[in-house]
Design a protein around this ligand. Structure first.
Ligand code: HEM
Length: 562
């Protein structure tokens, strides 16, 4: 049971990296053929762009292979732990093992092919071989999704899921290629000169992939979710809803990039012939902001992929109607209520914990529920306080308010002692025994560490200002994004009890808000570089407002009584 928790966490994490690798691999091929137009007589893409595309593709194939290998091993470990020994022959004959191993081999072949392509990046033949391998990798994924276990419409659902994954890979892979081209273009004028043209060309490819993605996604959701209660009342449904929310936000940035690409074409009179821009400073204002929007899009799309990966390890909503919560019950989790700021004693908690472990059915004791409510509510008070002071810090003559990030350090100390208090340092269960045999304790320890890091890094940056080029100014945004991923993939257990789902629903919403915090802070810093001060401030206010909202969710948090 304990290994299962860790294994679920690793499986979801590897699932996200797998989808990222798939996007870099498949998206890289479509990018080279559809945007760089390799082999086409009219192609004006410099060779350097093809070499760069091949290297991104190669890293993607390696990431996919690595994540797939870890998944195969993790599932084997869980099987061995559950059965006392690994029945290798039986395991090796499962669809998961066969399709997973095939995908692993195909990914390794694709990585080798990427090296071959890089040796002659203008060769359409080599890209076509890479394309055939990428297609095989995509198709092999059809045996690794829910559809393979369905009785009705099995083939159609497999095809729809593969089409959905392909569309996602083309979009995300293209955005990652744009990002890689922009970053490489800062040190290479040829690459930089081609970048605005690449933005304009990708809009069409991106538009088609989004349309296919949404159409296939809605078809899949209709079959696997089936109702509003399924959408908001189950772990599976709520993750689909989270994807739709993240998609809407991402399309906002994609629309800004589309507008910039069009303005660029108009600016250049539709022809690629006129002289390219010498440096970022010479780009038209709208186009100059595009790199920041693409970075924000990348944050959001990576978050969607990790949500999608968690989705694949949960039972579809239509299969668990008896376990779905009503809309009213979910709404009640977020409804305003008085926070409980009185904690039960640690002795009562431990006494309740001993009873809980003795009784089959995993029902938490009243003391444990009250202890958890107190923890969440107090953490909420910390975040609401920090959010309010952070908002003040945007007002003139409020320099003192710049100390708000130190609240995270205090929250870290609070969580260090109070999270999982039946374990080290307050409880009898030792540090190693508790951390590496229970997925939730491991995630809580990571969250505590994240709190300390967030507070210390951000306080230093906001107090001392942006001094050196290599200061960790973006660390806060990246740590928030990691926190968001942790919360989104936070211990969703298959066939979870309704009460567990109601608790998870608050973590999912906080995960989405943490992603918003990350995107807001990232854009605040990126847009502050002289192109659009006003937008920078708006992004900063969005970030701290999202933090305040996380605080509100925590202040109103109350575990549902069983
Ligand atoms: C309208 C928005 C969307 C809807 C309704 C939707 C719906 C779904 C559903 C129902 C599944 C699960 C299929 C299964 O259980 O096997 C799924 C899987 C997936 N979705 Fe979406 N999706 C949407 C948007 C997106 C976006 C924006 C992306 C990424 C950019 C994405 C990437 C994926 C991936 C990669 C999978 C496969 C996960 C796996 O099985 O490993 N989806 N989607």
């Amino acid at each position: 049971m304990f290994l299962q928790g860790i294994a679920n966490f690793i499986d979801d994490l590897m699932g996200g990296f797998q989808l990222l690798g798939l996007a870099m691999l498949v998206g890289g091929i479509v990018w080279a053929l559809g945007v760089l137009r390799v082999g086409a007589s009219a192609s004006t893409a410099p060779i350097a762009t093809l070499t760069l595309a091949a290297s991104v593709l190669r890293w993607g194939a390696l990431l996919l292979a690595g994540a797939q290998a870890i998944k195969i091993v993790t599932k084997g470990l869980v099987l061995a732990a559950a059965l006392g020994a690994l029945p290798l022959a039986d395991y090796a004959s499962t669809v998961q093992f066969e399709a997973g191993s095939l995908r692993l081999l195909l990914a390794l072949a694709a990585a080798a092919t990427a090296g071959w392509i890089a040796a002659a990046p203008q060769s359409l033949w080599r890209w076509s071989v890479g394309g055939a391998l990428a297609a095989a990798v995509v198709v092999s994924g059809g045996w690794l999704v829910h559809a393979v276990g369905r009785f009705e419409a099995r083939t159609l659902l497999m095809q729809l899921t593969v089409l959905h994954q392909l569309a996602a890979a083309v979009w995300v892979g293209g955005v990652l290629q744009l990002l890689a081209l922009w970053r490489a273009g800062r040190h290479d004028a040829t690459l930089h000169a081609f970048w605005p043209e690449a933005v304009a060309r990708f809009s069409a490819v991106g538009g088609v992939s989004v349309a296919v993605l949404v159409a296939s996604g809605v078809a899949l959701a209709t079959d696997y979710v089936g109702s509003w209660a399924g959408l908001f009342g189950t772990g599976y449904g709520s993750l689909v809803a989270a994807k739709v929310a993240l998609l809407a936000l991402t399309l906002g940035f994609a629309a800004l990039n589309l507008a910039a690409g069009r303005a660029w074409r108009r600016h250049r009179g539709g022809k690629a012939a006129t002289p390219p821009p010498a440096s970022p400073a010479t780009l038209p204002p709208l186009m100059a902001r595009v790199p920041c929007y693409i970075e924000a899009e990348t944050f959001l799309l990576v978050a969607v992929l990790f949500v999608a990966a968690s989705l694949s390890s949960l039972p579809p909503a239509v299969d668990i109607p008896q376990m779905s919560a009503t809309l009213h019950e979910v709404a009640a989790m977020f409804a305003p209520k008085l926070p409980s700021l009185v904690t039960p004693s640690h002795a009562n908690l431990l006494a309740g914990e001993a009873d809980r472990l003795a009784i089959v059915g995993r029902v938490a004791s009243q003391a444990a529920t009250a202890w958890s409510d107190y923890n969440h509510n107090v953490a909420g008070v910390f975040l609401v306080g920090m959010g309010a002071v952070a908002l003040l810090s945007y007002l003139p003559r409020m320099a003192w308010a710049g100390y708000w990030p130190l609240g995270f350090v205090m929250l870290g100390v609070f969580l260090f002692f109070r999270a999982d208090a039946e374990t080290w340092p307050l409880g009898p269960l030792g540090f190693w025994a508790s951390t590496f045999s229970n997925g939730e304790v491991l995630q809580h320890r990571l969250a505590t560490l994240l709190c300390f890091a967030l507070g210390l890094v951000e306080w230093r940056i906001r107090r001392q200002g942006l001094q050196r080029d290599n200061d960790p100014r973006y660390a806060f945004a990246v740590l928030c994004a990691l926190g968001g991923l942790l919360l989104v993939t936070h211990a969703h257990t298959p066939f979870e009890l309704k009460t567990d789902y109601l608790i998870q629903s608050t973590h999912l919403v906080m995960g989405l808000l943490a992603t918003l915090m990350a995107v807001g802070r990232w854009l605040e810093l990126r847009l502050a570089d002289g192109h659009s001060g006003g937008w920078s401030r708006a992004a900063g206010l969005l970030s701290v407002s999202a933090m305040l909202c996380i605080g509100m969710v925590l202040v109103f948090y109350k575990e549902p009584l069983v």
